[in-house]
Design a protein. Structure first.
Length: 328
């Protein structure tokens, strides 16, 4: 009897000590994108592991830390547990994104220009908006390389917006700055003002005409006798030579001014004779904002795509000014 009990005890110990260990085949190489969530099912090879293996816990993972990382991963299958080290690599392959308002900006020589006004947004897909720097930067920000830009000299220039994320990824986007000669526009405007002033002067004299003197008028001067009949109110007698003195011309009546103010100086004439004209605005900045928005809708096939523009005054007869856009 004692011998049988001893055999049973030994058998129990053998069975307990030989309990099967969990079989888990971890991945040899796993790359995770910067900022992404870790997919636990990719930490092991399901085909080479026990059927019901699950990941219970992952320690030491940092999605915002680029480089190699060693994770402590706890695997389970029912009431069985095992912990293994899994090596992964976090990489940042997503570059910053730059969005411009327009691919070209047009100004007159000498005008002020803030290049970053043409930048709609600069952001990193993971870390969000990147800040502007007025100096060259290589990390977490963007700056604008002006190149040979000279806002006082007419010409076409290229500038580059350069953006960097915190991990050194770089994106560039270019746009053109077209600087037009201001002197040409000024000369055209002055010539139009002189012409308009002359036209206004002539307009005041349009209705003045010289009334010719009538050589023979019944002035009422008679060379013969005239007897007046009071009862009939008629006059009899012979008509003598009439007075040759010229009659005095009546003063001319100037043409009345229109009831509504009219344009006396249209600055839009300085531009190209194209069919499209902008509306009138009370402020030049409002006119330019309208032009900026209009240009933003154009494609390369539009006849206005390569045109420059500027704000110009439109003067009215009542002394008021409006503003519009001239195209060149």
């Amino acid at each position: 009897m004692k011998k049988l009990l001893s055999i049973a005890a030994v058998a129990a110990l053998v069975l307990t000590g030989c309990s099967k260990e969990l079989k888990v085949k971890t991945v040899d190489k796993l790359t995770v994108e910067y900022g992404d969530t870790l997919d636990n099912n990719k930490l092991f090879d399901a085909k080479k592991s026990d059927k019901n293996i699950k990941v219970d816990k992952v320690q030491d993972f940092n999605a915002k830390k680029v480089g190699d990382q060693t994770l402590k991963v706890t695997f389970t299958d029912g009431d069985k547990t095992i912990q293994k080290d899994v090596k992964i690599t976090v990489k940042d392959t997503k570059k910053p994104e730059i969005v411009l308002k327009k691919d070209k900006v047009t100004i007159a020589a000498g005008d002020k220009l803030d290049l970053k006004d043409n930048v709609k947004s600069v952001k990193d897909p993971v870390d969000g908006a990147l800040k502007y720097s007025d100096k060259e930067t290589k990390k977490s920000g963007y700056y604008i390389d002006k190149g040979k830009l000279n806002t006082k000299k007419a010409g076409t220039y290229e500038v580059i917006v350069k953006a960097f994320d915190m991990n050194g990824n770089k994106t560039e986007k270019k746009f053109k700055v077209i600087v037009k000669k201001k002197e040409e526009a000024k000369a055209t405007t002055e010539g139009q003002k002189s012409e308009t002033a002359q036209n206004n002067s002539n307009a005041g004299q349009r209705s003045q005409t010289s009334s010719p003197s009538t050589g023979n008028q019944n002035a009422g001067t008679s060379g013969g006798q005239g007897n007046s009949t009071a009862n009939t109110g008629s006059s009899s007698g012979s008509n003598g030579a009439q007075s040759s003195a010229p009659s005095q011309a009546k003063p001319s009546t100037p043409t009345p001014a229109p009831s509504e103010p009219y344009i006396v100086d249209d600055g839009r004439k300085m531009g190209l004779p194209i069919s499209m004209q902008s509306p009138l605005f009370d402020d030049p900045r409002a006119a330019e904002a309208w032009a900026d928005q209009y240009f933003g809708t154009l494609d390369e096939n539009s006849p206005y795509y390569d045109l420059g523009y500027g704000s110009c005054p439109v003067k009215f007869s009542d002394g008021s000014d409006k503003y519009s856009i001239y195209w060149y």
